[in-house]
Design a protein around this ligand. Structure first.
Ligand SMILES: CSCC[C@H](N)C(=O)N1CCC[C@H]1C(=O)N[C@@H](C)C(=O)O
Length: 350
């Protein structure tokens, strides 16, 4: 089944005849149009139309796999009105604004129905082309990390490490996937500690979390590296996080519940007295968004399937002391898994 056929099956399940797609990543997923924030897609039983405006005429022709209609509101809504008249039309409840919904009510003679996760459900399983883009993004990030690794040393600002990573990604032809996290010494206790002016010191652990974006698809990887000799306390934390990460990666295969993977890693950290220190979920799906399904967290009902691309990223954060996170990017395969991130996990210096 093509992704559009899968989406129509999901629409049947939700009891809608058509779907108004407004989330930018979903617009891109359904149409291929890369400026999703300036586009909308209407999917009906027998068609799919991309609506965008005159700034994107050429781009839409080049990129879109579906029919394109160049217009601005209200003409956009008027054209779509003919296609949805009298039907039940789903809209994306987690994205459409109140004003956007008002506009649909104003222009359409149709029943408007809130839906959740229809396109996102299709996006859970990547096509071979999507996997290829993610694989390229990660390979490129691995290369850039290797180039930048020598400058991660005492006396260098976190911001300079981030800048080198960003320039490396850009030079290699990728985009920067998200704000680069470089969290050294006590700043390592911040899971989202984006690079600051702090100067890295001897004895610090430095957590670096960054990703590339290639053809819209993200990579995501974290390494925690030592600058000089870390304290015995942080060494124990590092070994515990590494044990949790490796055990969780090893357990990735189709049929495994995402919640069970989270529990596996959490249980290992708990045995090391670090249950409270693991302040986020084990991981997440990666694709057109850096965070998408499946969610690897205790409350998740997701079950792993071949074609999912996920992160496995346990961490332990000790306020005022420091932190460790180790993250790999993993493809779920028929036979188990393939780790897409290849940057070595360095042993800590004695
Ligand atoms: C702002 S993008 C951050 C990318 C990073 N690899 C990441 O996903 N992190 C860093 C620490 C936790 C984790 C995260 O944000 N997880 C989310 C899904 C959560 O809610 O736990």
């Amino acid at each position: 089944m093509t992704q559009l056929e899968q989406l129509r099956a999901a629409m049947d399940g939700a009891g809608v005849d058509a779907l108004w797609v407004s989330d930018p990543a979903n617009v891109r997923a359904v149409s291929g149009f890369s400026s999703g924030k300036d586009g909308k897609v209407l999917v009906t039983r027998d068609g799919a139309v991309l609506y965008t405006d005159g700034r994107y005429t050429v781009q839409a022709q080049e990129e879109s796999r579906i029919e394109q209609h160049i217009a601005r509101p209200p003409e956009t809504y008027q054209d779509a009105a003919e296609r949805v008249r009298g039907g039940r039309v789903g809209f994306e409840a987690e994205h459409l604004t109140v004003a956007g919904l008002d506009a649909l009510h104003e222009h359409w003679e149709a029943e408007l129905v809130p839906t959740r996760g229809l396109v996102e459900g299709v996006r859970l399983i990547k096509t071979p082309q999507e996997v290829e883009a993610i694989r390229e993004a990660q390979a490129l990030a691995d290369r850039v990390f290797a180039q930048v690794r020598p400058i991660i040393r005492a006396g260098v600002r976190e911001l300079d490490v981030a800048l080198e990573l960003e320039m490396g990604l850009r030079r290699a032809g990728a985009e920067v996937g998200f704000d680069v996290i470089v969290a050294s010494g006590p700043r390592g206790a911040m899971p989202h500690g984006v690079a600051s002016e702090r100067v890295i010191e001897d004895g610090d652990l430095v957590t670096i979390d960054f990703g590339a974006r290639v053809r819209g698809y993200h990579s995501d990887m974290t390494r925690t590296v030592a600058v000089g000799r870390p304290s015995d306390e942080m060494r124990r934390v590092y070994e515990a996080v590494l044990e949790a990460e490796e055990a969780a990666v090893a357990a990735v295969k189709p049929g495994v519940r995402a919640a069970d993977l989270d529990a596996l890693a959490r249980g290992i950290l708990e045995r090391h007295g670090l249950a409270e220190a693991f302040a986020h979920s084990l991981g997440h799906g990666v694709g057109l968004n850096i965070h998408e399904g499946p969610g690897l967290r205790g409350t998740s009902e997701d079950v792993l399937e071949p074609g999912m691309v996920i992160t496995v990223e346990p961490g332990a954060y000790l306020p005022g002391v420091g932190g460790v996170r180790i993250e790999d990017l993993v493809l779920v395969t028929e036979g188990g898994h393939e780790v897409l991130s290849h940057t070595p996990k360095e042993p800590l210096p004695e």
